[in-house]
Design a protein around this ligand. Sequence first.
Ligand SMILES: Cc1cc2nc3c(=O)[nH]c(=O)nc-3n(C[C@H](O)[C@H](O)[C@H](O)COP(=O)(O)OP(=O)(O)OC[C@H]3O[C@@H](n4cnc5c(N)ncnc54)[C@H](O)[C@@H]3O)c2cc1C
Length: 444
Amino acid sequence: MTKQAAGPGQWRNWAGTATATPARWAQPRNEAEISAAVKEAAAAGLPVRALGSGHSFTPAAATSGLALDLSLWTGVTAADTQTGLVTVRSGTTLRALSAALAQIGLALANLGDIDAQTISGALATGTHGTGARLGGLAAQVEALDLILADGSLVTCSASAWPELFAAARVGLGALGVVTTVTLRCLPSFTLIADERPVPVEQVIEQLDSLAADNDHFEFYWFPYGRNALVKRNNRVPAGGGPGPARMPGWRRFWEFEVMENAGFGTLCRLGRAAPRFIPALGRLSSAALSTRSYTDASYRVFVTPRRVRFVESEYAVPRESLSGVLAELRRAVPRLADPVMFPVEVRVAAADDIWLSTAYGRDTAYVAIHQYTGLPYQAYFDLFESVVAEVAGRPHWGKMHSLDAGRLAPLYPRFDDFRRVRAQVDPEGRFGNPYLGRVFGPAG
Ligand SMILES: Cc1cc2nc3c(=O)[nH]c(=O)nc-3n(C[C@H](O)[C@H](O)[C@H](O)COP(=O)(O)OP(=O)(O)OC[C@H]3O[C@@H](n4cnc5c(N)ncnc54)[C@H](O)[C@@H]3O)c2cc1C
């Protein structure tokens, strides 16, 4: 049974927004066992889903058929420190991958907020961090190996089956079971982190320069407060000065575990017990923001522990639409009947050419909204969807949204190409589930 098991035979995601009772579980230890499990499920007429770490808010991984738990299929299989090309088994978590890369002097160019996801789960839904000159994780992929619906093992890359490669880098598990991922990594690098409160009007006025002038820029807007928390992470130039000090272990524990998790968790519980105080608690959080600056290895700066549970929706909007979206949210969110406990997170990414990447063909801003678990969120999420719909917003594939194939198709110029490749490699919809049925329509 896996770490996501919620009861005998049950699967549940991190946020508790999706559950499933698979008819069959398998924990393959090699590619032959993955292939055999897929073929046996086909013979029994069962659908198949590969499981990651269960960190999608959508039921992307849920299945009533065969759940493929890849937690025994982990580790780096090849690494070339000259080219930076590293091949990793698909069940490896980003945390384990970063640790393995650090040992050989390499690092991923960018990461999101956490590293609990598996590499294949993170890729499947288009997981991204922030950086106006950088793409999401999928933009770092050079090749993929997959087991297809007929049990065959195939390789795809820019030169080998390029259409499958364009589709499968952000493939939602719809095309096959990814078995290994080859990534282009960078030599290990250090980041200077600078986090400080800034009046939200000022941040919005300076969005373009903040995005352009920093390697990794993001901010958190507290819906009832004056200040946003602006985070700027910049690479230490080769031969550059020492910069601010590393954060000592005790302070890391204090800042990230005590203040950001235990302290914020207490505020959230207070807000849930007495929702009328939420706007005041939000103002308090915004006013209490402090400045910190430190230097550390990239993968330690990118990610922070997230122990307070929440629900989340995130949309990718054209970069030039961001200030309009924020203006509309700033106007409408404080008027919601049910107040919002969590800040809104804003990030940026460069355009890419991956068919179902949320940044396909356009420089992108990501706007992520959250609500503390157990508090009402539907009206907030509906309002958000209506605002981003005006600017052709594309939902994160792993975060909550209500779009179906009819509404998604016009947002993605290569949507039909994706469906064509899917029909080619999985004509019977072996890797389907109700979520894929909604977002792609029937397979085949
Ligand atoms: C606290 C938290 C913070 C987050 N931060 C960010 C962030 O900063 N940026 C961001 O973009 N997203 C973020 N997310 C979303 C998260 O990165 C994605 O939902 C990601 O898909 C989760 O990876 P996972 O390993 O948990 O995969 P799962 O959620 O378990 O699965 C996701 C999909 O991948 C498929 N899959 C898994 N393994 C394979 C495989 N081997 N072959 C084929 N398909 C496979 C599954 O079938 C499913 O469709 C966050 C989520 C949480 C809960």
